[in-house]
Design a protein around this ligand. Structure first.
Ligand code: PRP
Length: 179
């Protein structure tokens, strides 16, 4: 756990939810008349998915996938593994991946290929946060909430050792100052 003064607000709830509403409206326009399936990447994507889905005004389905968490241990040869796959048949449907954060881009590259293999007509990405400075694999984001610097972030689904996912805002961890 962190001490209270290490947690600093980066985006407050109002700011996040205003942005999510805009994205939801954009998605509703873009996918009008299409069969849309939102695919939430667990666990971090869950709060974003919940809020986003409320701003989407066209019929859609929701599904969930859990991928292996590799933390900082991943080497460049590390592989992403599926812990729990989606249950929806994607054949002829348009998949939209809902992610909390894009860092190296490895997870999304793996997941896009996986969903295409499962027969999706198209696979696009909607990410709440984007840390482009950490990218090792290019990835195209169709929708993006906010671009951030290379800070450790938590809240609104994002964790710190599995804690803090429930915070209704996005915070960064302030480094301890030397005394
Ligand atoms: C985080 C995040 C993305 C992935 C992004 O998940 O939710 O899925 O890492 O990193 P990448 O761009 O470097 O692949 P994490 O493994 O922390 O699991 P969680 O969603 O359960 O917190």
């Amino acid at each position: 756990m962190l001490s209270e003064n290490q947690i600093r607000v980066m985006f407050d709830q109002q700011t996040i939810e205003n942005r999510i509403r805009e994205i939801g409206e954009e998605i509703s326009r873009d996918y009008e008349g299409e069969e849309l399936v939102l695919v939430c990447v667990l666990k971090g994507g869950v709060m974003f998915m919940t809020q986003l889905s409320k701003s989407i005004s066209i019929p859609m389905k929701m599904d969930f996938i859990m991928l292996s968490s590799y933390g900082n241990q991943l080497t460049s040869t590390g592989k992403v593994k599926i812990l729990q796959d989606i249950s929806e048949n994607l054949s002829g449907k348009h998949a939209l991946i809902v992610e909390d954060i894009v860092d190296t881009g490895r997870t999304l590259n793996f997941l896009k290929a996986h969903l295409l293999e499962k027969g999706a007509e198209s696979v696009e990405v909607c990410a709440m946060l984007d840390k482009p400075s950490r990218r090792v694999m290019p990835v195209e984001l169709r929708y993006r909430g906010f671009e951030i610097e290379d800070e450790f972030v938590l809240g609104y689904g994002l964790d710190y050792a599995q804690w803090y996912r429930n915070l209704p805002y996005i915070a960064y961890v302030r480094q301890e100052e030397e005394s």
